[in-house]
Design a binder for this molecule. Structure first.
Ligand SMILES: O=P(O)(O)OC[C@H]1O[C@H](OP(=O)(O)OP(=O)(O)O)[C@H](O)[C@@H]1O
Ligand SMILES: Nc1ncnc2[nH]cnc12
Length: 180
């Protein structure tokens, strides 16, 4: 089962000029508020990963937490939280990255992975790819491997999915906003 792309796109709100002029903000809160759309999104992702061998789900702060949590529950896999800087209490490893509208640092607990672990990363959206690339660099730094990066939507005009693929990270998105 895979959600219909046109239906999914129609359920995502676009907010022009937020948080900065020129940015078309793709607002996924409208998916979370819509049980039919949210269930279709999560059923699609669960279906994709239910027969694949992997060890952990990595969820990206903040909207990726909702996807990662649901996948972890449904597939009975450990959940790793990749958090924005300064939120995790124990020993961490950190990676700086650039966003469409700023810079940030992602952290994860240093003992969150075992060497050789295969990880599925989950985030709502791929724009420049900086966030997912930073998470996959942290996975590699800890001796793991990113099996795939899963997102609800890809914004290919910003080049992120291409950048991830070029870095050897397979990408899966349920819909794309291209040239719009
Ligand atoms: O592909 P990229 O250019 O890295 O952009 C994608 C990231 O940007 C958004 O998060 P944001 O950093 O705005 O933070 P939030 O989830 O805390 O709102 C989105 O949820 C992704 O995590
Ligand atoms: N255009 C966009 N819409 C929503 N979230 C984003 N994160 C980075 N770019 C974004």
């Amino acid at each position: 089962m895979i959600v219909d792309e046109a239906f999914l796109k129609s359920q995502i709100r676009t907010v022009p000029d937020w948080p900065k002029p020129g940015i078309q903000f793709r607002d996924v809160t409208t998916i979370f508020e819509n049980p039919q759309a949210w269930r279709a999104v999560m059923d699609s992702l669960i279906h994709r990963y239910m027969n694949i061998e992997f060890d952990r789900i990595g969820a990206l702060d903040a909207r990726g937490f909702l996807m990662g949590s649901t996948l972890s529950y449904a597939l009975n896999k450990p959940l790793i939280l990749f958090r924005k800087k300064g939120k995790l209490p124990y020993h961490t490893v950190a990676q700086d990255y650039a966003l469409e509208y700023g810079t940030a640092t992602l952290e994860v607990h240093a003992d969150t992975l075992q060497k050789g672990d295969k990880v599925i990363l989950a985030d709502d959206l791929i724009a420049t790819g900086g966030t997912l690339l930073a998470a996959s660099q942290l996975v590699s730094q800890l001796g793991g491997q990113t099996l795939e990066a899963a997102s609800i939507m890809d914004l290919p005009d910003l080049g992120g999915s291409r950048k991830l693929k070029d870095a050897g990270i397979p990408v899966f998105s349920l819909c794309e906003f291209e040239g719009e």
